[in-house]
Design a protein around this ligand. Sequence first.
Ligand SMILES: C[S@@+](CC[C@H](N)C(=O)[O-])C[C@H]1O[C@@H](n2cnc3c(N)ncnc32)[C@H](O)[C@@H]1O
Length: 276
Amino acid sequence: MSQPHKDKDHWSAQSYSAAASFVPKLTQKVLQYLDPQPTDRVLDLGCGDAKFTGNYLHSVAEVYGVDASASLIASANQDYGSSKARFTVLDCRYLEQDIEAVSGVWDKVVSNAALHWILRDSSTRVNTLRACFSALKTGGAFVFEMGGAGNVAEVHTALMSALLHQGLSIHQAQEASPWFFPSDVWMRKTLEDIGFIVEVLEVEYRPTKLTTGDEGGLRGWVKLMGASMLGVLEDASKREAALEQVCEVLSTIVTRIEDGSEWLGYVRLRGVARKP
Ligand SMILES: C[S@@+](CC[C@H](N)C(=O)[O-])C[C@H]1O[C@@H](n2cnc3c(N)ncnc32)[C@H](O)[C@@H]1O
């Protein structure tokens, strides 16, 4: 199947760093599961600006990073590109079409904080996970961390409500959501049906402190992560009103009274699945 359309690129390295710099940093456990080795050839799905990749790049032989955002891939190549690290624009919904990715030469396929975006589309979801299986050598490991069921439920709900308030139907608001946050039960069954041996699968409720500064905080997070949801409103004044409402509705929910810090209820789904 060919790629039907290109989605608008809402990402930039600057806004990602301002609103979500904690994402590539809060990765000790997934890096521990990745267990990088000097001979490893690694395929990094949804690598973004490669700040996460930079955490393990020095310990492996080769990295091929792929991401749908041209802006983030440009930043990845500028900051981390080398003879052993290549970064390419690729919509991972169609991972099976990338001959290099699915060549079966990779010791590890890794993905941090990206699969809940990549797997959003139910029609391509299982194909992408099958392509991860094809990508690996026999004995290779698929290591991932992503949003699990209930991830950022407060902001997800507030975004939906704001769209309803601007006149969308519930169905339209649900369709606009860019995320798929699966349960561990769904993930285990799907991976096992494909042929993986699931060695680790864990769910962690991890309240996460948001960044501060002009482009950060709750507002910066919603503007960046909720961009495609707000983007379904054609009128700029409606988008601004929806953003304002999300921030106002959530202000008392996410703000801690002792120091004014803002926190979201992240739920992480983390796993290691091996190709036998
Ligand atoms: C929260 S960022 C994580 C980036 C990086 N892995 C990290 O840990 O910092 C989510 C990434 O998923 C990418 N993404 C979303 N949908 C995608 C798709 N269909 N194919 C490839 N990448 C996608 C975005 O462009 C973005 O870089």
